[in-house]
Design a protein around this ligand. Structure first.
Ligand code: DGL
Length: 272
């Protein structure tokens, strides 16, 4: 019995990672779920993010998915460890749930020459210190300066990522980051929504600073994981089929989702 890989985000952001995964691994079947009805997760407590993420992971398991990717930094930072260590052994010991922070931390040190990286994320991701800890594990000599950008996801989810307000808030948070770490040469977009602001982010950063998105990093890491874990790979169906689900309006999801995914998206509503 084989089934699709589950890809999860609080909303649309995970689609920026999903498009890289599909480009790299088009042969597999996938189910994408955006919990748009309860997004954004970024300012919510640990307990709430865990509860919401676990609801979605259980939904994927009911759909049969043997492997779920949390394509959401906030969920990866605040819920993944508890799900892996506490919930999975009771719920579904044979299934796997992976996040986006560790694969990113494993390679981000290769982008910086100054050994100074800025991490832009939601309040939840920044407060968890997950990136500081994980990057420190793989690259102990790298200085990590984090900056929370609480207005960015609401602007993006509302379709206002090209507005004057977006310019204002992009400049504001980047100025705060650069004041803390004027020597940085690499900025990591540690929220899967932020690639939609990448042009504005580049506009307000001094030239020569690399802006790193996670999509290709996570796709490469997943490909490597499946090569190393044939026992998981053989449980995944491979007819190239993609299904999209949202906990909110499918019409809204289709309209906004296509911008994140880079091609048209046709979703269905689901209850969790
Ligand atoms: N896209 C999610 C992330 O990568 C966060 C969005 C939210 O605040 O719900 O962190």
């Amino acid at each position: 019995m084989t089934a699709p890989i589950g890809i999860f985000d609080s909303g649309y952001g995970g689609l920026t990672v999903f498009r890289s995964i599909v480009a790299k691994l088009p042969q597999y079947d996938y189910i994408y779920l955006g919990d748009n009805a309860r997004a954004p997760y970024g300012n919510r407590s640990f307990d709430t993010v865990h509860e919401y993420t676990l609801d979605c992971v259980k939904w994927f398991f009911r759909m049969g998915c043997p492997l779920v990717i949390l394509a959401c930094n906030t969920a990866s930072a605040k819920a993944l460890r508890t799900i892996q260590q506490q919930d999975l052994p009771l719920l579904a010991p044979d299934k796997r749930v992976l996040g986006v922070i560790r694969p990113t931390a494993e390679v981000i040190g290769n982008y910086t020459r100054n050994h100074s990286v800025g991490v832009l994320g939601t309040v939840g991701t920044v407060k968890s210190d997950s990136y500081k800890l994980e990057i420190g594990h793989f690259f102990p000599n790298i200085k990590v300066q984090q900056q929370a950008c609480p207005m960015w996801v609401p602007l993006i989810e509302n379709g206002d990522y090209d507005s004057e307000s977006a310019d204002y808030y992009v400049k504001k948070y980047l100025d705060e980051l650069l004041t803390q770490a004027p020597d940085l040469d690499t900025v990591l977009l540690a929220c899967t929504h932020y690639p939609l602001l990448a042009d504005k982010i580049r506009k307000y950063l001094p030239t020569g600073i690399a802006v790193v998105s996670q999509g290709d990093i996570v796709a490469d890491s997943l490909s490597d994981y499946l090569r190393r874990h044939p026992e998981v790979e053989q449980c995944i169906s491979a007819t190239g089929k993609i299904d999209f689900y949202t906990t909110d309006s499918p019409e809204d999801f289709n309209e906004h989702g296509s911008l994140f995914f880079g091609r048209s998206v046709s979703s269905k509503h689901t209850e969790l």
